[in-house]
Ligand binder design. Structure first.
Ligand SMILES: [Zn+2]
Length: 387
């Protein structure tokens, strides 16, 4: 359904006395609760009651969003009712991580440890010998509340470095099918696969998702899953996956960024993925983080994208300068907004928010309003053939 049909169209007061007739998205400033009832697939607006996970929206954030809206309006992209959607290409809706994995109190602060429940499902955890494993924590209530709070229309959800069956991904998507799109991967069949049978079980799990569960792509593949094997071994192991993705026309999202205490730079260097980009031209290869803040990794990402039309970037954890340059170099049609969202053990505030930080990267970057609209959602909508 076109989002414009679902959006409120009334006049909403804005900061600075402006008035919008553009729908509620960028100007939503009511309080939001942290729980979305099962079966609810529409945005919840609350005018009353106590604060939820996100808490009340301080004026400063309302101003920030007001500025973003003013900027968009000046360029005319919001004229008419066809203002672009905001689509997050990267939300990890399983695993709750410590607050300081995303918001450090001081620069260089050491990451706190995962709590016992999430550590039991997160790398380097593996299934027990009988095949059982600790289930991942579904954090989609937190995600949907944050999406409402920050005006995100749709999020593509997928697991991080945890064991999450594709059936579980489909179950969560079914809670809000017009807001969530599922990408999946190997479930409990964690690489490196030591035997052909293990590799086949992982590929079967993926194919089950793509064929039977409306899983729309593969994500997020980190070559560091293959530690201690070298990155080349991971690339070889992924070839059958790219064959499957050719068959099912599914994009593959890979981790290309040396952040988060990464070990082994080859695992996250964009250049490592060159053989797959070259040998599977019909598979869209999304470099999440476009190399991150490292100049050499960003250059490697640009080189790969210049050489191979099937390469795309996502914006999470990059810098506004890199994003500006990427738009000039490869075009906004090939770049997708991403938050790299995780639920945190302490509630975020309006000021300390993953969505706010990653939206700010896009809004600070230099590009035209049309290019910003593409990056924020319409490029990914085109790839996924969203109505
Ligand atoms: Zn990543």
């Amino acid at each position: 359904m076109p989002q414009s049909q679902t959006r409120a169209t009334g006049e909403i007061p804005l900061p600075f006395g402006a008035v919008a007739q553009l729908g509620e998205r960028l100007v939503r400033n009511e309080e939001v609760r942290g729980s979305i009832p099962l079966g609810s697939t529409t945005r919840r607006r609350r005018q009353d009651g106590p604060t939820g996970r996100c808490g009340p929206l301080p004026q400063s954030n309302a101003v920030w969003r007001g500025r973003a809206l003013s900027k968009l309006r000046r360029g005319g992209v919001t004229q008419g009712s066809a203002m672009g959607r905001i689509i997050d290409s990267e939300a990890h809706a399983w695993t709750r991580i410590p607050f300081n994995w995303r918001h450090k109190a001081v620069p260089g602060e050491k990451r706190s440890e995962l709590n016992a429940r999430n550590a039991a499902n997160y790398k380097p955890s593996r299934p027990a010998p009988d095949g059982s494993f600790a289930p991942p924590e579904d954090t989609s209530d937190d995600l949907l509340a944050a999406m409402d709070f920050h005006g995100i229309d749709i999020s593509v959800i997928y697991p991080g470095a945890c064991m999450c069956p594709n059936e579980e991904i489909a179950r969560v998507v079914a809670r809000a099918p017009d807001r969530l799109i599922g990408f999946g991967k190997f479930g409990k069949h964690v690489p490196p696969w030591r035997t052909p049978a293990e590799a086949k079980a992982a590929a079967d799990e993926l194919e089950h998702g793509l064929r039977d569960l409306n899983i729309r792509g593969v994500a997020e593949v980190s070559l560091a899953h293959w530690e201690p094997e070298p990155a080349e071994a991971a690339i070889r192991a992924l070839r059958p996956w790219f064959e499957l993705c050719t068959t099912y026309r599914a994009p593959v999202v890979v981790h290309a960024h040396a952040g988060g205490g990464a070990t082994g730079l080859d695992y996250c260097n964009p250049a490592t993925f060159r053989p797959l980009a070259a040998d599977f031209p019909d598979v869209i290869l999304v470099l999440n983080h476009m190399g991150g803040a490292r100049r050499d990794f960003f250059d490697a990402a640009l080189a790969l994208a210049r050489d191979h039309d099937n390469v795309r970037f996502n914006t999470s954890q990059t810098t506004s300068d890199h994003l500006s340059e990427a738009v000039r170099a490869i075009g906004a049609e090939r770049i997708f907004f991403g938050v790299d969202w995780y639920a945190l053990e302490r509630p975020e505030t309006a000021e300390r928010s993953q969505h706010k930080n990653q939206l700010a990267t896009v809004h600070r970057a230099q590009m035209s309003d049309r290019e910003r609209e593409l990056v924020l959602g319409e490029s990914l909508a085109a790839l996924l053939r969203l109505a």
